[in-house]
Design a protein around this ligand. Structure first.
Ligand code: NAP
Length: 275
């Protein structure tokens, strides 16, 4: 599978072992792209166990190298303009171009009942979910223009399309991210740059399992009851996998979507978008 042969991809928020970013990195590499995987430095807590994110990124690079594809890792806090500048120039020095930008890093901070959220949480959510992707797009678009085009894929959510109660800032920011994608699609289509938003529904990552746990504790329910309630609303009656989302990213990165821009693509098994 070499649909993306010769393409250079930059992916944010890619360290989590069970995360969407890691699955995207694997699928883009499987399809022939060279991938730069990034995440914010620090520890990731999974089931009360602490894991060093940069070690997780190194293990991802080793997995991809083991398949004969090319990967490199960099630490990148998407809210830090200096980090973005350093990271983009490192990638350009090594590979000479960035063809695909996948803004996957996201934060569920402020995903709570509206009245319990704080202005500080909204501010932090804005920085990670919108300002970071905006700064990265500004950093990579000029060289995409010079190189004759590129693809930007923003990872939104079904919370980019509608709202369910209890997700406060997260829903607002994911709507904003989808709006930014459309702006980029409108403004840079003439330069061969396509920009789309992939909108995952219920995907069984650690982030999703943590939301299930929170809903269980808030509503005094067992996890299985929360799953039953949430997935009843899904047409296919189950959660999806990170690989399902990665397949959509491969489609939007490759030649089969050459005339597709400015869309929100739900990968949700038919979950209703709420209000
Ligand atoms: P994840 O593993 O937590 O992935 C998000 C990654 O971004 C995490 O490693 C996160 O670190 C990182 N991140 C947070 N702040 C960052 C920053 N300032 N700079 C760089 N990286 C940062 O969760 P996921 O479920 O795979 O989610 C991936 C994307 O899909 C997110 O945009 C999420 O909103 C979206 N999504 C997921 C689902 C789902 O069901 N899982 C549904 C809809 C949309 P921290 O852990 O420290 O925050």
């Amino acid at each position: 599978m070499n649909l993306l042969h010769g393409k250079i991809a930059l992916i944010t928020g890619a360290s989590a072992p069970n995360g969407i970013g890691r699955a995207i990195a694997h699928k883009l590499a499987e399809n022939g792209a060279s991938v730069v995987v990034t995440d914010v430095a620090g520890d990731l807590l999974i089931n009360d166990q602490s894991h060093c994110r940069l070690e997780l990124l190194k293990s991802l690079v080793a997995e991809i190298d083991g398949t004969g594809r090319t990967a490199m890792w960099l630490d990148l806090d998407v809210t830090n303009a200096t980090d973005i500048e350093r990271c983009v120039s490192r990638v350009l020095r090594k590979f000479g171009r960035i063809d695909l930008l996948v803004n996957n890093a996201g934060s569920t901070i402020g995903a709570d009942n509206f009245l319990s959220t704080t202005a500080e949480q909204w501010e932090k959510s804005f920085q990670v979910n919108i300002l970071g992707p905006m700064m990265l797009c500004k950093a990579v678009i000029p060289q995409m223009q010079t190189n004759g085009g590129g693809r930007i894929i923003n990872i939104g959510s079904t919370g980019s399309l509608g709202a369910e109660a209890g997700f406060g800032a997260y829903t607002a920011m994911k709507h904003g991210l989808a709006g930014m994608s459309k702006t980029l699609a409108a403004e840079f289509g003439k330069d061969g740059i396509l920009c789309n938003t992939v909108c995952p529904g219920y995907i069984e990552t650690d982030m999703h399992l943590a939301v299930n746990a929170r809903l269980a504790s808030e509503n005094n329910l067992a996890i299985e009851q929360v799953k039953e309630r949430r997935y009843t609303a899904v047409a296919v009656r189950s959660a999806g996998t990170p690989q399902d989302v990665a397949d959509a990213v491969v489609y939007l990165s490759g030649p089969n979507s050459a005339y597709v821009t400015g869309i929100n693509l739900p990968v949700s098994g038919g979950v209703p978008f709420g209000i």
